[in-house]
Design a protein. Structure first.
Length: 339
């Protein structure tokens, strides 16, 4: 809950409770969010805010970077950030949010791991007067009244962008595989809709493999890519729902001695290894950089605006920074630039 603070020593004590967890010519789809306001960072905090952060899975780099952006803002702006990690366990994430509600935090930021299953706990928060800000993922359409806003992107449009880049490199008669993500998130469901929309408009290119993984990890990408290549050794592209899955696909190609020049591999997230492979021309060819650190900073700014003014300054949707990254636009940029 919001409390009065006397000065630097009190702020330092409060901080002890904060938890730190962890191509295309597309340009960024939103303004840069790299500069967090620090008007309260001089050391004397008249007030501090207790903010909950219900992380979906700190094992995913995007979510670790997002949390780093939140923590950076918290340290500079008199927040006590209470962070949890559900490790993609939906009942666990629900229980963690319920605990934050009971504690009476001032605001909860959440990346809901299931767009339907978390509706009930958002309703509990609303009944308790605890505002919920969604980031990365949001609730199923029609539940906007339970959220003070959604810091995100149009995941269907992101799926379209990734698929259009792939299609631009292929020809009629080529075969592609899709390795989807896990869970009933807006991220997975809407990106799949974007993939299917573009492929439906390009019927000359055949989707011969379309399966969802059991996790967002390289092992699952390897397993499913092996299955796809066994059934269809003449694949020309592998479209994946994350960079970790895409890296597993690269591993499968390497293990079979297949030329990566002959098979496109596409991912999403912005893993440093993926960026390195794009630069070298060996491995992943394209990714959607989600700029998790910048995303976290923007999320914190929106939350802070609500805490201090009662409004996010937006009606509901707040566009986060994303961009398509390929050999066409990565040459003069570092991995840190792309966080």
């Amino acid at each position: 809950m919001k409390t009065r603070k006397l000065g630097i020593a009190a702020v330092a004590a409060a901080m002890l409770f904060g938890v730190t967890a962890c191509g295309s010519d597309d340009s960024s789809s939103s303004s840069d969010a790299s500069s967090a306001p620090t008007e309260e960072s001089s050391g004397d905090c008249a007030e501090t805010y207790q903010v909950g952060w219900a992380n979906l899975d700190a094992g995913i780099l995007y979510y670790r970077d997002l949390e780093a952006g939140l923590q950076e803002f918290a340290d500079a702006n008199c927040w006590e950030l209470i962070a949890t990690d559900a490790a993609y366990d939906i009942p666990k994430q629900i229980a963690q949010i319920e605990d934050m509600i009971v504690k009476g935090v001032d605001l909860i930021i959440a990346a809901p791991g299931d767009r339907d299953a978390l509706v009930a706990v958002y309703e509990k928060a609303k009944e308790a007067g605890v505002p919920m800000l969604s980031t990365g993922n949001n609730l199923a359409d029609g539940n906007e009244a339970l959220e003070i806003g959604f810091v995100g992107t149009d995941w269907e449009a992101e799926g379209v962008r990734q698929t259009e880049w792939m299609v631009s490199k292929l020809a009629d008669g080529d075969k592609v595989a899709r390795i989807g993500g896990v869970g009933a998130t807006q991220y997975v469901q809407k990106r799949k809709a974007g993939f299917e929309k573009v492929m439906g408009e390009n019927s000359g290119i055949e989707v011969v493999f379309n399966q969802d993984a059991n996790g967002f990890n390289q092992e699952e990408g390897l397993r499913l890519a092996q299955d796809a290549l066994t059934a269809h050794p003449d694949l020309k592209a592998i479209w994946a729902d994350s960079d970790a899955l895409a890296l597993g696909a690269v591993q499968a190609l390497n293990e079979r001695g297949l030329s990566q020049a002959d098979v496109l591999v596409l991912g999403s997230d912005g893993e440093p290894i993926a960026f390195d492979q794009i630069r070298s021309g060996e491995g992943v060819d394209y990714t959607i950089a989600l700029h998790g650190l910048q995303w976290g900073r923007l999320t914190a700014e929106v939350a802070h605006a609500f805490l201090t003014t009662g409004s996010t300054g937006y009606e509901y949707f707040i566009q986060a920074p994303t961009e398509g990254v390929s050999a066409d636009n990565i040459a003069d940029r570092t991995n840190e630039d792309l966080r």
